[in-house]
Design a protein around this ligand. Structure first.
Ligand SMILES: *Cc1c(COP(=O)(O)O)cnc(C)c1O
Length: 454
């Protein structure tokens, strides 16, 4: 077999040979500014030439440690052998026929895999789409068709995409919604159990937040009008908020008791990211529908809605689909990604990454407990989906400036980190699950130095 340019031959090391970004990246950034609208932003204008394992190699020859995975997408790395091989074979066979016109096996095989991998042993169906937002939109269509109801309930700090309906479902105004309205109607937002910021304390959080959510749904919307309740089992863009234990089961029970379709948006949390195939397994929840995307296909665009057969089959024939949905190359890549996850036991790898990161980040939290310039208010997350929330000393006031400064210092040293959170004060870490432990620890060393510079 020929050597993969980003595959095994890519040295798994951090290497800085120019400033970050280097001169060739800066040249490309100037071309971007002239050719691409500024609404399409970049976290770090380092232009990538090859990537794989735990590193991104740029056009200047720098090799950066990746704690972002292209936003939780490259769980198996950016050039996993099985993904490249299967997608390559499919590419050579045919690129597209449109599954709605003349179908092919790959789509069916991915659907079968998702039906097997998602929680619950009931009969399931899966429909494939292109992006996460498109999957969420289709989950709403399916839930409305099944229930004959219109209202959709979502949560504070939730993120579900950038299309018109999913902007309405998303909580945060800037940058996702500002100036882009009017938004789709019949969307209602209720509180989520955010332990760190719950006014009466983390211990009361699950029960009180669930009671408030249920009260708002029953009094302001009417449970009998609600088609779907949609929640991320760990809220991603909202800042890796883990709803207090007990909250999700209560909401799921309420949905069940009222004939509401319970949708877990596992687009960021799915495919081994939290140390399980799907994060809702952590509390034994069996959603009616699950949306997945991001980690599903090793970097190729693919998304899915998987759920109870009787709900999924409620939409009329021809009511679901799209020209590219379940593209054969993306399906082949998805089969390669799942093969990699199974063969390398990436759930175990994710849990190991979580142990290492949480241990070192909690030590940092203690170290800076008395700092006069910032404090690490909260360290949280599961598996390879870990975050720290930065606040001003002596309270819980968000500290977005310190967060941006740490991210910037990491970038300059060749570590890709992302920020998140409604208040912009969360540093989130999403390394590829195949990252080596030496690189993981080197990345954490860089992070420690960045904190020391504050
Ligand atoms: C990223 C994300 C989406 C949107 O996915 P796109 O592929 O960007 O449309 C939806 N929900 C969650 C939880 C996400 O993290």
């Amino acid at each position: 077999m020929t050597e993969l340019p980003g595959g095994p031959s890519l040295p798994q090391e951090r290497r800085l040979v120019t400033a970050v970004p280097g001169p060739k990246s800066l040249e490309l950034a100037a071309r971007k500014a002239a050719a691409v609208p500024s609404g399409v932003g970049t976290t770090l204008p380092v232009y990538v030439a090859r990537a794989g394992g735990g590193v991104l190699e740029d056009v200047d020859g720098n090799s950066l440690i990746d704690f972002g995975s292209g936003i939780a997408v490259t769980n198996v790395g950016n050039s996993a052998e099985a993904v490249v091989r299967r997608a390559g074979e499919q590419l050579a066979a045919f690129t597209h026929t449109c599954f709605m016109v003349t179908p092919y096996e790959g789509y069916v095989a991915v659907a079968e895999q998702l039906n097997e991998l998602t929680p619950g042993d009931h009969e399931k169906r899966t429909a494939l789409f292109n992006s996460g937002a498109e999957a969420v939109e289709n989950a709403v269509k399916i839930a409305r068709a099944y229930t004959g109801r219109q209202a959709v309930v979502v949560f504070d700090h939730g993120y579900h995409g950038r299309t018109n309906l999913t902007m309405a479902l998303t909580a945060k105004n800037m940058p996702y919604k500002h100036g882009f309205g009017p938004f789709a109607p019949e969307v209602y937002r209720v509180p989520v159990a955010y332990p760190y910021r719950w006014a009466t304390g983390a211990d009361n959080c699950a029960e009180e937040a669930a009671a408030q959510a249920v009260d708002m749904i029953t009094k302001q919307v009417g449970a009998e009008n609600v088609a779907a309740i949609i929640i991320e089992p760990v809220l991603g863009e909202g800042g890796f908020i883990e709803p207090a234990k007990g909250f999700l089961p209560r909401i799921a029970e309420f949905a069940k008791a009222n004939g509401i379709v319970f949708v877990a948006d596992e687009i960021q949390t799915g495919f081994c990211r939290t140390g399980q195939w799907f994060a809702c397994e952590d509390e034994g929840i069996v959603p009616d529908l699950i949306t997945s995307a991001k980690g599903i296909a090793g970097g190729l665009p693919l998304s899915a809605v998987t759920g109870r057969a009787e709900i999924m089959d409620a939409a009329h024939a021809g009511g679901l689909g799209g020209t590219y949905g379940g593209n054969p190359v993306a399906c082949a890549a998805a089969l390669g990604a799942v093969e990699t996850m199974r063969e390398q036991d990436l759930n175990a790898k994710a849990r190991r990454i979580g142990e290492i990161m949480l241990g070192r980040l909690r030590a940092l939290q203690d170290k800076y407990a008395g700092s006069a310039s910032f404090s690490i208010g909260d360290v949280r997350g599961r598996g390879a989906m870990i975050a720290v929330e930065l606040v001003k000393p002596g309270g819980k006031e968000p500290h977005p400036e310190a967060t941006a400064a740490v991210a910037k210092a990491c970038h300059a040293e060749g570590l890709v980190v992302l920020t998140a959170g409604t208040y912009g004060n969360v540093l989130r870490f999403l390394p590829p699950l195949v990252i080596g432990e030496d690189l993981l620890n080197e990345g954490l060393d860089i992070l420690e130095n960045a904190f020391a510079q504050l």
